[in-house]
Structures are given as C-alpha cells and as structure tokens.
Design a protein around this ligand. Structure first.
Ligand SMILES: CC(C)(COP(=O)(O)OP(=O)(O)OC[C@H]1O[C@@H](n2cnc3c(N)ncnc32)[C@H](O)[C@@H]1OP(=O)(O)O)[C@@H](O)C(=O)NCCC(=O)NCCS
Length: 236
C-alpha cells in the first residue's frame, strides 16, 4: 500500500521513485487542491517525508533527501540534489546542476544559478528588517551566481550577489555582495586575498581543487533553464 499523496494537477515524468509519506501538489493556504499546476521531470527520486507544494516547475533527475520541503511557485532546473531537512521557500529560481545540502533554507525570491553548491545549514534571507510593516514590499532574496560555493552554516543577507565561482567560507555572514571568484571569511564576511581557484589541497591529493572553466559557465544560464522548462513537452 502506498503511503504517499499526490494531488490533482500534478505531472511527474517517467521513472520516478517516490518514498513513504511524500506529499506532492500540496496547495498553499489561499489555493484549492489541484488549482495550481505542478510539474516534475523524469527520473525523480523523492525520498520519504518530502513535501512539494503546488505550482512548482522542476526539471529532470530531481533527488530529495528525507524530510525536504519545497514551497510553491518555484522554477527549478535539471539535476537538483537537495538533501535531508532542507527547505526551499517560494518564488525561488534555481538553475541546472545545483546541490543544496542538509538543513539549508533557501528564502523567498532567492536565485541559485547553474552549478551553485550550497553547504549544510546555509541560510539565505529575503527581508532586511523582519516584522517591518512594509517587509513584504521589499522581499529580495540573494542571487548566488553560477558555480559559487557556500560553506556550511553561512548566512547570506537579502538582495546581495555572490559572484560566479565565488567561495563563501564556512560560518561566514555575508553582508555585502561578493565579487566573482573571490573567497570571503568571517562575520561580517571580508574578502580574502586568495581567489577560489588559488586554493590548494592540504592533503596533497590534487594540484588545484577548483579550476576555472569558462566554457562550462558560458553555456549555462538561469534564463536558458527557465525557457527550456517553458516547453513542458518533455515531461510525460
Ligand atoms: C574557505 C576554505 C576552503 C579555506 O580553507 P583552507 O584552504 O584550508 O584555508 P587556509 O587554511 O589556507 O585558511 C586561510 C586562513 O583563513 C582562516 N580560515 C579558514 N577557514 C575559515 C573560516 N571558515 N572562517 C574564518 N577563517 C577561516 C584560517 O584560519 C587561516 O588563517 P591563518 O592564515 O591566520 O592561519 C574553508 O575555510 C571552508 O570554509 N571550506 C568549506 C567547508 C564546508 O563548509 N564544507 C561543507 C561540506 S561538509
């Protein structure tokens, strides 16, 4: 007997594996069941206790850990890996090949471009002055540019950019935008002299843990992802 619940108006591509107590198409408070369309591409692996709200458009090869929550109205590309207990709030834009580690919270109106790598318990934020009567008028999540890495427990304040292949070190509190390729440390996060590609491996296993690959970055953009997903024909 299946224990998962799939609401009406949910379209899931072939090859999906859906765990126990998963809910897909949950209507947000101001909507009726089935009112908002939900689309998930091929070969999804959706592990137990994941809840995906209605109104999400998600590409192929989605993988969720246990107890993930994805709120409504997000556009997500192919190959998202989102691990246990992580949350994506609403109106988030995510490109292809993004990883979000356990316990992270991606706040409203955040953007994660292709190949962004979000470590465990990272928090993005979208309201600078929570509780302000005008708070919902200035909701602006950060933008994490292509290939950026965010270390564990980092906090990214609203309306900032973390540049392409920038590196936010573990525990940093990012209060200003981070230029492309730069590493930032600490709270408030300060730019280090080194760049992402100048990091070396203390274990001697590899010459450079990170290499620049402009061709890979040039080919990918969030806009491409969104327009590809607009053609829903590939979702069965
Ligand atoms: C950014 C990072 C890669 C740098 O690591 P590294 O290459 O070993 O850097 P170094 O040891 O050369 O450190 C340079 C300096 O920054 C300091 N530093 C390193 N990491 C720091 C951090 N997260 N916050 C503040 N300072 C830090 C070091 O103490 C060192 O200071 P010193 O020169 O006075 O001794 C690493 O700090 C980091 O955040 N990695 C991400 C870990 C993570 O979140 N993984 C998630 C998957 S489990």
């Amino acid at each position: 007997m299946s224990t998962y619940k799939i609401y009406p108006n949910v379209f899931i591509g072939e090859g999906a594996v859906i765990g126990d107590y998963v809910i897909i198409g949950e209507p947000p408070g101001d909507h009726q069941p089935g009112e908002m369309r939900t689309v998930i591409g091929k070969n999804a692996v959706i592990r137990s206790h994941t809840v995906i709200y209605a109104g999400n458009i998600i590409g192929d090869n989605l993988q969720t850990g246990h107890g993930v929550m994805i709120r409504e109205n997000n556009v997500i590309g192919d190959n998202l890996k989102i691990w246990s207990q992580a949350n994506i709030y609403h109106h988030v834009r995510i490109g292809n090949d993004v990883t979000i580690h356990m316990g992270s919270g991606i706040s409203e109106f955040s953007t994660l471009e292709d190949n962004a790598w979000i470590g465990p318990r990272v928090i993005t934020t979208s309201v600078l002055h929570p509780g302000c009567p005008k708070a919902k008028e200035c909701w602006k999540g950060p933008t994490i540019r292509a290939g950026a890495v965010i270390g564990g427990n980092a906090v990214i304040l609203p309306d900032l950019e973390v540049g392409r292949k920038a590196f936010v070190s573990a525990g940093a509190v990012v209060t200003k935008s981070v230029p492309d390729h730069k590493i930032v440390f600490g709270s408030p996060a300060r730019i280090a002299g080194d760049t992402y590609t100048s990091l070396s491996c203390p274990y001697g296993l590899i010459d450079k843990p990170y290499r620049e690959d402009e061709t890979e970055l040039a080919q990918t953009s969030l806009q491409n992802t969104i327009s590809q997903l607009g053609g829903l024909g590939r979702v069965k």
